[in-house]
Design a protein around this ligand. Sequence first.
Ligand SMILES: CCCCCCCCCCCC(=O)SCCNC(=O)CCNC(=O)[C@H](O)C(C)(C)COP(=O)(O)OP(=O)(O)OC[C@H]1O[C@@H](n2cnc3c(N)ncnc32)[C@H](O)[C@@H]1OP(=O)(O)O
Length: 194
Amino acid sequence: MSGRTTALTPPADAGPPVRHPEAPAPGEIIGSHYEYCFGCGGGVAHGLHLETRAGEGVNVTAEFTVREAHQGAPGLAHGGVLATALDETLGSLGWMLRVIAVTGRLETDFLRPVPVGTELHLTAEAVAVHRRKIYCTATGRIGGPDGPVAVHANAMFVEVKIDHFIDNGRKEEIQAVMADPDQVKVARAFEVNP
Ligand SMILES: CCCCCCCCCCCC(=O)SCCNC(=O)CCNC(=O)[C@H](O)C(C)(C)COP(=O)(O)OP(=O)(O)OC[C@H]1O[C@@H](n2cnc3c(N)ncnc32)[C@H](O)[C@@H]1OP(=O)(O)O
């Protein structure tokens, strides 16, 4: 193990997250970042198909309907799928900060079982930024946006450059993305961040 701290509490010299001036307007749908993303892509039959909306601050909301393909125990959502829903919602915060960021750490509390057919109402919010680290939280409620909390996560995302994907992704998919003007547009949108 490295000597890095794994604390999810922001250090004392962390700053507040700042909404980017070109962040999507409040209520605006944040489109999928990749068609084959398990969390948000339309091209994944059993994926979560999360559609995230920008909030007024550095926050987003989303809904996810648990389907049969998402079961762990009979009739109940798999915990890993619920963690994915939280992770994906948190990932959309990059649009509000106008940075590309990947999950460094995700700590999830499972508070209530979530039956198949449930619509999970998700919120995510950035709470602090320290150098490349973005400290954030996400919550999933059942029954409505003010319903009881079923899942909650504290997380730390790390800002990366587009090279993170180009250097590490399988070549077939990277080449396909590079050849798709819509995907290149998504990537470029982040690269202009000062
Ligand atoms: C086209 C649009 C696409 C948009 C794509 C958007 C995708 C969103 C999808 C949803 C989100 C995902 O699932 S993303 C997929 C899941 N995540 C991943 O695959 C990430 C795999 N991990 C990595 O690649 C790496 O470990 C990184 C990038 C996280 C960090 O590596 P690095 O770049 O070398 O940076 P490093 O120096 O190690 O760390 C930077 C700082 O973060 C801290 N740090 C790093 N990891 C941790 C950790 N686990 N816990 C605590 N702290 C950590 C370090 O101590 C350091 O703090 P200090 O010294 O500064 O204090």
